[in-house]
Design a protein around this ligand. Structure first.
Ligand code: NAD
Length: 487
């Protein structure tokens, strides 16, 4: 199997190679096969990409917002036409089943281009401020060259969620995908050129944790948007702050889902399964601490176990497969070590807990796993695992569960399942998180802002709010009379 791109980088409208860069092997997680070999960007490639973005940005920003919007909407159309091909590539890049990628990856990227392409014609409007005789007006202006750095769980979606608002606002982007999933973003760059974007408006360069800092500290870069872990976020935000750059931080989480005793149990189980097993558990907003009221605990666990054991694990290219492998061997090792800690610290293993026998070969498969009787102090209840490991915790009282749900440094997401609507709103009001769901989980349509609070980050992606993070206000005071001075 091969998925070798024409070259490692896409700069100034074309594929570019520099074999001096360290080799990045793209591994298909379902078999462990190397499907492509690319090179990390050398400092020369970084300079080339930033220079290209800088040149292109001036012209792009001079286009009317509606004209920029037309390009983005065209890109969305091309992505939808090529959904199957892009989804197959995403499956090769990540190991996620085609059943998921066909509905959740390029389509979500296309939604983003379509949404920002649509709203931008009016979203950059400023205001007029009367001041008696004098007056002022504001303009919303782009920041300039912006850098996007991606994680490996949603490579195409992240490339678009950052690219669409950045480009809509009139910036040019240099995007660095995760070294684990280098392929998808190159296709997004190609499609933007085909849709009519000027060369250099969206560049993709490969690289790892050595390359990222070259982009973050580059003096021509005005803003950095990172999707990644909290430790990386601290480094990137620190480096950006030392040069007073704008930042958006989409980081990790350990989000709570609270299931009250009046909840529709099957619906709550669906929410908990979506929020723990989708994308083999590799979703930042996952609700990995599931607090279940003791009155419904036994029923909840029995049905959850049966449904979890029925999940079809296997070949991600088979349309019937519901769960693929983890993205890498290292990630599987990490998750297995957390499962061992869960067992050692006394949690009850309800199902899973190892490598499935049903799948043979070298793929990085793991069983969807549920632990019950998890207590707040256990490692599996405190640290982000980033794999299909659900922790079920007991609770009896509303105030108690809110305090326990909030007792974490993270604040990305949270969910509540209950039939009592006043309770639902009362509880979400007190939960400390950036994105919350009532009686559902993990739905992130482009119309709603997405992002975290506390150590899960700041800034928002999606919705008109994202544009504020890719632009700034310019204020112009207009003096209508003679300029007076006291001296
Ligand atoms: P990671 O932090 O290891 O890497 C993220 C990206 O940062 C990669 O492209 C990496 O090369 C780059 N990087 C690493 N060190 C850097 C540095 N010092 N300077 C600049 N760039 C650097 O994360 P990962 O393992 O790829 O992804 C998993 C993490 O991402 C999880 O914690 C998950 O919760 C988080 N995540 C968050 C969201 C969100 O929207 N909040 C979405 C997806 C994933």
């Amino acid at each position: 199997m091969k998925a070798q791109p024409q070259a490692s980088h896409f700069i100034d409208g074309e594929y570019v190679e520099d074999t001096d860069g360290t080799v990045i092997e793209s591994i298909y997680p379902a078999t462990g096969e190397v499907i492509a070999r690319l090179h990390a960007a050398t400092p020369a490639i970084v300079e080339k990409a930033i220079a290209s973005a800088k040149r292109a940005q001036k012209e792009w920003a001079s286009w009317s917002p509606a004209a920029r919007g037309r390009v983005l909407k065209k890109a969305a159309e091309i992505m939808r036409e090529r959904n199957r091909e892009l989804s197959e590539l995403e499956t090769l890049d990540t190991g996620k089943p085609i059943q998921e990628t066909i509905v959740a990856d390029p389509t979500s990227g296309a939604d983003s281009f379509e949404f920002f392409g649509g709203i931008i014609a009016t979203a950059m409007n400023g205001s007029q401020i009367p001041l008696g005789g004098d007056w002022a007006y504001t303009k919303r202006v782009p920041l300039g060259v912006v850098v996007g750095i991606g994680a490996w769980n949603y490579p195409q979606q992240i490339a678009c969620w950052k690219g669409a608002p950045a480009l809509a606002a009139g910036n040019a982007m240099v995007f660095k995908p995760s070294e684990v999933t280098p392929l998808g973003a190159l296709k997004i760059a190609e499609i933007l050129i085909e849709a009519g974007a000027p060369k250099g408006v969206y560049n993709v360069i490969q690289g790892d944790r050595e390359t990222g800092p070259l982009l973050v500290s580059h003096p021509e870069v005005a803003k950095v948007s990172l999707t990644g872990s909290v430790p990386t976020g601290r480094k990137v935000a620190g480096a950006a702050a030392s040069q007073l750059k704008h930042v958006t931080m989409e980081l990790g989480g350990k989000s709570p889902i609270v299931v009250f005793d009046d909840a529709d149990i099957d619906s709550a189980i669906s929410g908990a399964m979506l929020g723990n097993f989708y994308s083999t558990g590799q979703v930042c907003s996952n609700g990995t601490r599931v607090f279940v009221h003791t009155a419904i605990k036994e029923t909840f666990l029995a049905r959850l176990k049966a449904r979890t054991e029925a999940i079809l694990i296997g070949d991600p290219q088979d349309e019937a497969t519901q769960m693929g492998p983890m993205v890498s061997l290292a990630q599987r090792e990490k998750v297995l070590s957390y499962i061992d800690k869960g067992k050692a610290e006394g949690a009850t293993l309800i199902t899973g807990g190892g490598i499935p026998n049903s799948v043979t070969g070298e793929g990085f498969y793991i069983q969807p796993t549920v632990f019950a009787d998890v207590t707040d102090d256990m490692t599996i209840a405190r640290e982000e695992i980033f794999g299909p490991v659900m922790c079920v915790l007991d609770f009896e009282d509303e105030a108690e569960v809110i305090a326990r749900a909030n007792a974490t440094e993270f604040g990305l997401s949270a969910g509540v399942f209950t039939a009592d609507f006043s309770r639902a709103h009362r509880v979400v009001d007190q939960l400390e998180a950036g994105t919350l769901w009532i009686n559902t989980y993990n739905l992130c349509p482009v119309e709603i802002p997405f992002g975290g609070s506390k150590q899960s980050g700041f800034g928002r992606e999606n919705s008109a709010a994202a544009l504020e993070h890719y632009s700034e206000l310019k204020t112009v005071y207009v003096g209508m009379g003679k300029c007076e001075a006291p001296y």
